[in-house]
Every structure is written in structure tokens, then in C-alpha cells.
Write a protein that binds this ligand. Structure first.
Ligand code: NAD
Length: 372
């Protein structure tokens, strides 16, 4: 009778493989042995234990190449709760005053900054000064100048700076990009990106100019900006934009409620986008080319992403975006892997230049030329 051990021995696998075998599963429906991952694991501390930090932490439990090992928080009770939930040792727990000491901690490779936008710049610069790789949530900063300072600080410290652009690893999005690169839509003519939701609590940081850097554009409109770039494969050369505000009490000076904006691309293609904190059911991308189209709805939410092209439904696998993102980021940090669409600080500065241009176009009412 063939035991599993006999079978593995017949395959000539080493004693090491036998030791690893209990971890290895059999790939469903094939006779291929799935090898356990034995490469380097990115050891990550999360800074900012709020809503999205919690989602990333949960998703990281399914990562093979990245592991949550530390926390940085101003709230001791949250630290305790995360320690017991995720088995985080005391020596990997910091607060906003003492986290510079992380430089002396050899058990942490990277810090993932998931705090309000207005704090990203200073925190990332401190992470870089501590010699750790920085992963930062979007928007990376509140304007391009601050974003560039972060890029420069990470370069100087010789650490990587990556941004939480989870859509850059999403299978249906990548399929549309592949089709476009392969010429399957023909010459691209038009992109439409509609991103928004109705925001609740008027006291939250997202409606505070100091902490948010702006309004809906910073938080959700950035998906349409970034999407316009990766869907068309071009960088805008001009921007126009118009703001409407129906509730100036909730959306104060400098906090945009709704902005419609347009981009022009070197090929002659154009984009028409909407960013809002005051409408629902807006999570939709449409890409139109001479030979075909792609439409996605939802296009950037947590999923499942759905979409179709002129050839039919997109049926690539549904993934947990943050799990894939963190495993891919480990590859980028350790092996210099180049993602299809970059997720580095320079990529984020491009979006921030466009946000700056959109706000300028709103203020002046003029067409703004940009060089990305
Ligand atoms: P949140 O309010 O749920 O959490 C923010 C965390 O930052 C909290 O734990 C809070 O205690 C902490 N914090 C530290 N200093 C603070 C201060 N001075 N004021 C307020 N809070 C402070 O927010 P969130 O939804 O987790 O968003 C955090 C970041 O993540 C933002 O940059 C946001 O744009 C980004 N985000 C990204 C995605 C995505 O899909 N990539 C989704 C949601 C949020």
C-alpha cells in the first residue's frame, strides 16, 4: 500500500522536503505538489489601528510572504487588543512619540502608515530615518511637494517607499490593462471614472482640511485619477475641473464635496471623471477604444470587482485585495519585482500633481497644462 511517505520517497524528494511535506497541500485537481513558501517574509508593523488598518491586518493573516509583527498607535487599549488578536510581542509595540526607536528593532522590516492623510508625510519621513521600508496609504500626501519630500527622504535613507494602490494587483483590472496593451480595444478614445459615496459623521477627520488635505478628491476621487492613468496607459497633459457644493456647513472651505474633472492625453484621448462625498452608487469605470470597450462596476471597491468588455464577462478570480497587495509588496521589496503598474512613491507623486492641478483648475476656472 502506498503511504504518502512512500510516494514522496519514490519521487526522490529530500529529507527536507519530507519535513516540509505536512505543510504542502496537493493543488486541487492536479498532481502537482504545491510547495510551501520558504523565501523571506516581510515583517510589517502597522501604524494607525483604525478601520482600514484593521482590514489590512485581517487580510495579512492569509499572506504567505508578509506578516504583521508590530503596531504603532496612540491608544494603549487598541495595542493590547491587537497584541492578543495577532500575537504581537511587547517589544514590537510603539506609540507616536517613541516609534523612532524602531531603528533598533531587527525584527521589523517595514512600517505601513494607515493614519489620516495629513500625517503621512511626517510619519513616512520618520520611518525612513529609522531605516525601515515605508508603505503608505493613499493619498500618499496632501500635495505633490510633500509627496516629493517623502520620495527624496526614502531615497536618501535607501529604503523603499510603496503606496497602498491595491487595484494595481486586482486580476480583472490587470486583464483590462493587458487587453489594452495588446491592442484589443484599438486606439483608446475615452475614459470615464465615477467615484463617490455619501459621507456620514460631519466630525470625522475626512472632513477636516488639516487632517484630510481636502475632501472627496483626496479620499475617493484619487481612484478615478489613478484609474484614468492605468486604464488609458497615458499621462494627462491638461486638466479642467468644476466644483459644486450643496452643503457648505458640512463641506467647509478647502473640503470638496463634488468635483467633475476632465483630462486630455497626448494621443487625443480624453477622460471625464466625477469625485463626490454626496452621492451613492458611484464606483464605475468605462474605457472606450476604436475596436472595443471595458466597463467595470464596482471598479475600485473592496470587491468583488465586476466587469465586462466587448468580448464578454471578465471572469478572473476574486481576491482579497490587501492580501495580494502585501504578498506582492514583499516581492517588490525583497526581489525588486516590477508590478504591471508601479506602486512606488513616484507613481503617487503623479497622482498628487494631478490633484494639485484639479484644485488649481477649480480655483481659476482655467484649463491647466500639466507635465507628469
Ligand atoms: P480611521 O479613522 O478608521 O483610522 C485612522 C487611524 O489613525 C485611527 O486609528 C486613529 O486613531 C489614528 N490617528 C492617529 N493620529 C490621528 C489624528 N491626529 N487624528 C485622527 N486619527 C488619528 O481611517 P481609515 O479609514 O483607516 O483611513 C486611514 C488611511 O487609510 C487614510 O489615508 C485613508 O485614505 C486610507 N484608506 C485606504 C483605503 C484603501 O482601500 N486603500 C481604504 C480606507 C482608507
Amino acid at each position: 500500500m502506498n503511504s504518502r511517505r512512500d510516494f514522496l520517497q519514490k519521487l526522490g524528494l529530500s529529507a527536507l522536503a519530507l519535513q516540509l511535506a505536512p505543510l504542502a497541500g496537493w493543488a486541487a485537481g492536479t498532481d502537482k505538489i504545491e510547495q510551501p513558501y520558504d523565501g523571506p517574509v516581510l515583517r510589517v508593523a502597522i501604524m494607525g489601528l483604525g478601520g482600514y488598518g484593521g482590514m489590512v491586518a485581517q487580510a495579512m493573516q492569509s499572506c504567505t510572504k508578509a506578516k504583521l509583527v508590530g503596531v504603532i498607535s496612540g491608544t494603549p487599549s487598541k495595542v493590547k487588543a491587537w497584541q492578543s488578536k495577532y500575537g504581537i510581542p511587547d517589544k514590537n509595540c510603539y506609540n507616536y512619540q517613541n516609534f523612532d526607536d524602531i531603528k533598533n528593532n531587527p525584527d521589523i522590516d517595514a512600517v505601513y502608515v494607515i493614519t489620516p492623510n495629513g500625517l503621512h508625510r511626517d510619519f513616512v519621513i520618520r520611518v525612513a530615518a529609522a531605516g525601515k521600508h515605508a508603505i503608505c496609504e493613499k493619498p500618499m500626501a496632501v500635495n505633490a511637494k510633500e509627496g516629493q519630500e517623502m520620495v527624496d527622504a526614502c531615497k536618501k535613507a535607501n529604503v523603499k517607499l510603496l503606496v497602498g494602490y491595491r487595484m494595481h494587483f486586482e486580476p480583472k483590472t490587470l486583464e483590462v490593462i493587458r487587453m489594452r496593451q495588446n491592442g484589443e480595444f484599438g486606439k483608446i478614445r475615452f475614459f470615464q471614472g465615477q467615484c463617490g459615496f455619501t459621507i456620514g459623521d460631519p466630525a470625522q477627520w475626512r472632513l477636516n482640511k488639516q487632517l484630510a488635505g481636502g475632501g472627496s478628491m483626496m479620499d475617493i476621487g484619487i481612484y478615478a485619477i489613478n484609474g484614468a492613468r492605468y486604464m488609458t496607459g497615458e499621462e494627462p497633459v491638461w486638466v479642467t475641473a468644476q466644483e459644486t457644493k450643496t452643503d457648505p456647513v458640512k463641506f467647509k472651505e478647502g473640503v470638496d464635496e463634488t468635483i467633475q474633472f476632465q483630462f486630455g492625453f497626448p494621443s487625443g484621448a480624453v477622460a471625464s471623471c466625477l469625485s463626490t462625498y454626496n452621492m451613492n452608487n458611484l464606483d464605475r469605470f468605462f474605457l472606450d477604444g476604436e475596436k472595443g470597450f471595458a466597463e467595470m462596476q464596482p471598479s475600485t471597491g473592496y470587491g468583488p470587482i465586476r466587469g465586462r468588455t466587448h468580448l464578454g464577462e471578465l471572469n478572473q478570480p476574486v481576491t482579497t485585495h490587501q492580501t495580494v497587495q502585501m504578498d506582492e509588496m514583499a516581492e517588490i521589496i525583497f526581489n525588486n519585482k516590477k508590478p504591471v503598474v508601479p506602486v512606488n512613491g513616484e507613481e503617487a507623486v503623479k497622482d498628487l500633481k494631478l490633484i494639485d492641478a484639479i484644485y488649481l483648475a477649480v480655483k481659476t476656472g482655467k484649463k491647466v497644462e500639466v507635465s507628469i
